[in-house]
Design a protein around this ligand. Structure first.
Ligand code: SF4
Length: 257
């Protein structure tokens, strides 16, 4: 029985696809993409504005979309996901992404425990990894975090090392599985990578570190060369004392959403 709540959230799209980033690449997931973001990364490829409607796929993998009005209540989102989570589609996890989902953490706090129970799927959260307070309220309902360390030389934004550190300490304290993703562009600085390695080592957060070469986006075409990325991989692996993977945005290569 779904509990009724007054909470609602702005969601841009709901669909079923294969994961295209990080070490869980290829896993089949219902995606819930929340609107809004507090950051403005140069390489952003996602519309983050609040939308009047939610684009929804009702039949998993069909690529056929309908539109329903925003915002969605907890009950509405649960019903849409219940319909999408057809057992034949064999989903592995529920993937929560954005924008920045933690901007709507009050909603997530009510939604996630119900969704976990209803869908019987582990919950993966993709986040910019710099909003620790809202994360604290929902961390009990998260099984894996795909978090960014935002490199100022790549995002074009001010540094947020301290915010990342607090976020990673929480992940460590809660023993949540984590993948740390660093988007790298041709402008990546050695100093930013050294700072990231120090942070990962100091917080002892995670065994999975991924360098994701930037894909050309609306505001930048500073795609790194293969030689640059291989050099940074060696630099990071030496600093961390364990393997670092290079994984591009594979959903784009496969023509997936
Ligand atoms: S955090 Fe993600 S969604 Fe937000 S601006 Fe950066 S790339 Fe875009």
């Amino acid at each position: 029985m779904i509990q009724k709540t007054q909470l609602s959230a702005f969601v841009s799209e709901i669909f079923s696809s294969a994961q295209g980033e990080g070490v869980h690449i290829g896993r089949r997931q219902p995606f819930v993409r929340f609107c809004e973001c507090h950051r403005n990364c140069l390489y952003c490829d996602t519309p983050v504005e609040q939308t009047e409607t939610v684009r929804i796929e009702r039949v998993p993998g069909s690529g056929a979309f309908e539109f329903v009005p925003n915002p969605l209540s907890v009950e509405q989102l649960l019903e849409l996901l219940h319909e999408l989570n057809d057992p034949k589609s064999a989903h592995d996890d529920l993937f929560i992404t954005g924008g920045e989902p933690l901007l709507q953490a009050d909603f997530l706090e009510a939604f996630l425990p119900e969704a976990r129970q209803l869908l019987n799927l582990p919950v993966h959260l993709e986040t910019s990894g710099d909003l620790m307070e809202p994360f604290m309220n929902i961390s009990d309902h998260i099984d894996h975090v795909l978090m960014d360390i935002k490199l100022p030389s790549v995002t074009g934004e001010p540094e947020t090392w301290e915010q990342h550190q607090r976020f990673m300490e929480k992940i460590k304290a809660e023993e949540i599985g984590a993948t740390i993703k660093l988007v790298v562009s041709a402008d990546t600085s050695d100093q930013d990578l050294a700072e990231s390695a120090e942070l990962i080592t100091a917080t002892g957060t995670c065994s999975h570190v991924v360098l994701q070469p930037m894909t050309a986006a609306l505001k930048t075409d500073r795609v790194p060369t293969a030689q640059q990325v291989l050099g940074w991989q060696s630099q990071m692996a030496r600093a961390l004392g364990h393997s670092v993977r290079i994984i591009p945005q594979c959903h784009k290569l496969m023509g997936l959403l």
